[in-house]
Design a protein around this ligand. Structure first.
Ligand code: GCO
Length: 264
């Protein structure tokens, strides 16, 4: 096996929504594998600056760009700026996303549309402007961050499931259209991880917290760093013939129907 199979030295990786959580963990992984990382935030310059300081404190080559990934004009301008100021984007991780936990019957249409816009439309928008350069260069890696909800429903996350289910199919269609340009498009489906997004449902004694631990064969919430291997694999030469796949990093949730509470 070539020692350079997983080496990202000389590559520029754009990771959206990487000021914290899963995005930050994946960005750290790609940075430690040699990539120059470009991270985005959409609300707070302070949070973005703090994240870049964190990356640099780890010895990583990091840059931050503040823009709304749902705003096509802003995406176009910032992708142009990134490619002129940092370099051509070799790797794109569409990670930015939101969730609104509301039963469908009670959900405002505007809230449903916002989840779709951020979680499904923005990966299309960002990919549309990044892939143009990848096509010209004849190479690229695109990774869409899917979810357990790309495969399963759950009470109160219907909009999120619709978006993440759609993102799985968008991933397959991107692979279909762009593989001929030597661009590999795949997804990562995280299981249940200990992040700020899941903090409200991870409270000890919360029935859902106990449910997830019971529903996960590994018997625990994931650590965001557990995603780094899949992210590096799908960003590297090791995945040059992998297309349209979603790698589920879920502790085994999708492998099992689950077990009764009284079973070990
Ligand atoms: C929820 C959780 C999930 C996880 C993740 C699972 O409310 O069920 O937030 O959506 O965050 O998406 O893959």
């Amino acid at each position: 096996m070539s020692i350079h199979l997983f080496d990202l030295t000389g590559k520029v990786a754009l990771i959206t929504g990487a000021t914290h959580g899963l995005g930050m963990a994946m960005a750290k992984g790609l940075g430690h594998a040699g990539a120059t990382i470009v991270v985005t935030g959409n609300s707070s310059q302070t949070k973005l600056d703090e994240a870049v300081v964190t990356y640099k404190s780890l010895g990583l080559n990091a840059h931050g760009y503040l823009f709304d990934v749902t705003d096509e004009k802003s995406v176009k301008t910032n992708i142009e700026n990134i490619e002129s100021e940092v370099g051509p984007i070799d790797i794109l991780i569409n990670n930015a996303g939101i969730i609104k936990r509301t039963p469908l019957v009670d959900m405002e249409v505007s809230d449903f549309e916002e989840v779709i816009k951020v979680d499904l439309v923005s990966p299309f928008i960002v990919s549309k402007y990044v892939v143009k350069g990848m096509i010209q260069r004849g190479a690229g890696k695109i990774i869409n961050i899917c979810s357990m909800m790309s495969e399963l429903g759950r009470n109160s996350v219907g909009a999120y499931a619709a978006a993440k289910g759609g993102l799985k199919m968008l991933t397959q269609n991107m692979a279909t259209e762009w593989a001929k340009f030597n661009i590999q498009t795949n997804g990562i489906g995280p299981g249940y991880f200990a992040t700020s997004q899941t903090a409200p449902i991870r409270v000890a004694g919360n029935p859902f917290n106990d449910f997830i631990i019971g529903r996960t064969p590994a018997g625990c919430w994931g650590d965001p760093d557990d995603l780094q291997g899949a992210a590096i694999f799908l960003s590297s030469n090791a995945s040059n013939f992998v297309n349209g796949q979603v790698i589920y990093v879920d502790g085994g949730i999708l492998a099992t129907i689950g077990k009764p509470a009284n079973e070990d």
